[in-house]
Each structure stands twice: as structure tokens, then as C-alpha cells.
Design a protein around this ligand. Sequence first.
Ligand code: TRP
Length: 449
Amino acid sequence: MDNKIKPREQWGSKIGFTLAAVGSAVGLGNIWRFPTRVGDNGGAAYLFVYLIIIALIGVTVMLAELTIGRKTQLNPVGAFRALSKKWTFVGAMGVLAGFVILSFYSVVGGWTIGYIVRSLTGQFSGDTTELFLGLITNPGEPLLWHAVFMALTIGIVFFGIKGGIEKASKILMPALFIMLILVIIRSLTLEGAGAGLSFYLKPDFSEITLSTVVAAIGQAFFSLSLGMGAMITYGSYLNKEENLIKSAAIIPALDTFIAFIAGLAILPAVFAMGVAPNEGAGLAFMTLPGVFAQMPLGGFFGFLFFVLLFFAALTSAISLLEVVVSFVVDQLKWTRAKATTIMGAIIFVLGAFCSLSYADAKIADVFIWAGEPLFDLMDKLGEYLLVIGALLTSIFVGWAWKTENALQEITNGGKFKFGLAKVWSVLIKYVVPVILVIVFFTYFGFLEI
Ligand code: TRP
């Protein structure tokens, strides 16, 4: 579609945008990745740091991305190029991040399908650690689910952004919320849950180190879908009447709330079941089935939970693929159909290698480099790209495009009041870049953590 002739497709309703953006943010990052990171990084101290990071950095960068998107009405690459040619590469990096993240994300999305099937065949009552390992070490089955997950993501992006996502998110979010509450009730009443609760909620501040902060920042961007232009893309479908400030506050608030309650649902169960909190990628998958097994109507609720988790993952995956596709459509002038299928297929292959890197030894060997499975490497690389993307975005808005111009767009020329304009300007210009540069240095070993 030529943007100069036809007006760009816009959100059907205000609530539609917020729901879709929340649909992008809330996903496996909240329910699978967040509790894993809490477990890896010592519990409550990490949670404490995470909440501060969201408020300080997450909200700031969220507003910056939405603003760039609405101002330019373009995909990330086009958006940066429209504002300053020199910065086009930041958008391109985002497209790369989309590839990297969706590859392993889709594998985990596939695991949720595997679990839906297992809930139906009554397999939640046995050893849950075995249940998870049985799935991922088998080379074929996770590949099949990854293919199904990717095919569905491609199918939805193929048919355009509005219809699918908007409708799905309206039912999905509240339903997921209710399911999590049910899981929390059961999880907290398990014997031995108390230790998990204090692990999660009683911080020992002496445990906070630079590495806690670095881990929290990477997770914050991942969970909020920031640092790769997803929110630029979403902002680009927004009209000028929308209050960006409100959106930049509501999306992180809802996303963080869901992550918080996911931790409350999973970590007490982790301790009650004697799973190590730093178990890694399997943490949620090894504990949740056990919670359902001990719940009245657990078979049914377990099924429902994984169906909802699957949909939450799908709405997030859509936003990842959307960044890649809208770039190819807008910049290379491919048709949407061609862009979606070809890009989706490449991501599928990359993800297949990630999946195989967890398979049983002989096969996995090929995909384990320097002692780390490709899956973990992609996860790490994705996080690096997000942090670098957010760093460059903040420098761009603060110093190249300039905060005055951004504020002009945010307030729609003074129409919306923005009491914290000064605070936001200082954050995006100085605070966020300085902190992210420090994180960047730790990634490359210039700073010990
Ligand atoms: N935020 C999503 C989640 O928590 C994942 C996601 C979707 C994402 N789009 C993104 C992460 C863009 C980073 C960038 O599951």
C-alpha cells in the first residue's frame, strides 16, 4: 500500500489499540521467562529492581517508541529513515531482533501446544520434570508444534493486523488473569509454598548487584516488547487523537502486573515441589502441571490455562513477525503474502535449530556451541539486540530528533497535558542512555559483573 495515496490503516477503536499493544506485551515473557529470571537471580531482590526499572526505563522508552511510530506512521526502518537518514540502521537492527527472538519464542509457543495435548491425555499427574524433559528431548514432537505455532502466526499476519489481534485480546487478557488467580490460590496453599513466597517477596537488598540490574533490564525490554520497534509499529497505526502518555503508562502497568502475578503463581509451587528455582527454561513447565494435578477439576483448568497461554504467546508472536513483515512490505515493496510466508519460513528454520539444540545428546551436539544450546544463545542475542536498540532509540530521541520535537508529537501540539515532560526529557536524554551504556559494557566484558 502506498502511504502517500491511501491513508494508513488505523485501529478500529481506541480500546482496540491498547488491547493489541497489551496483547503484544503480555506473553511467554511474563509467564515463562519472568519467573525463570526471578529464580535465576535470587528472587525478591530481583523483583524489586525489576519494578524500578519498569517505571524508570520501561515507561520512558515505551513513550519514545510509540511517539516515533505515530509521528511517522511507518515501520521502524522507514520511521527512523523519515526522521533522520543516518539512523535507518536502528530500525534494521530491530528487524534482525524480530528474527532472532521469534525463532526461539515460537519453539516455546510450540511447547504450550504440546502441553495442551498432554492436558487432554491426562499426563499432568505424573512426574512433571519428566513431563517437560520428555517433550523437549524428543526431536520430532517439539518441531511439529513449533511448525504449527509458526504456521498460525504466519496465517494471522498474512491477513492483516486489525481483525485477528484486536478481537482475540479482548477475551484473552481477562481470561488469563482469572486463570492465574486460580493457580495462585492453589499454589499458595500447597505444603512448602511459604518458602517460595518469601523467596519472591522478601528482598535481601544486600543481594542486589550490577548483574541483577542488567538481568532486570533485559527482561523488562523483552516483556514490554521494547527495543526492536514493535511499539513503533503499533504506534504507527495510531491516530493523532490518541493520548500517548496514557498508553505508555497503561501498557507497562498491565504487563508488569501480569508478570508479577505469574511469579506469585509459579514460585511458591516451585518450592513446594522441590524444583530448583534456577532450573532454567523449564521452570514454569515443570511446576504448573503439578499445581493442576492437585486442583479440583485440575484437568479442565490445566487445559484452559495452556490454551490461554498459547493465545497470549500467539498475540506476542504476531507482533514480532509484524515488525519484520511491515518492513519488507513498506521498504522492499513485497506483497504482504510473499513477505509473511518467506520471512516466516526463514524464522521457522532458525527456530527448528533452536528446538533441536535441546533434543537428546546426539542431535543437540550439532547445535550446542561453546557449551551453550543455540536456543539459549538466541535468547541472549535477542536480549542484547533489544538493549542496544533501546539505547540507540533513546539517544536518537534525546539528541538527534530532539525531545522538543518528540514532545510536540506527544502532546499533539499542546492538546494533551504532559506534566512530567521535563522528567521524561531528562530520563530519555541522560538517565536511560547512561544506564544502557553500562549494561552494554557488561555484555562485552568491559565491566565485571
Ligand atoms: N513481550 C512479549 C512477551 O512478553 C514478547 C514480544 C513480543 C517481544 N514482541 C516483542 C519482545 C518485541 C521483544 C520485542 O512475551
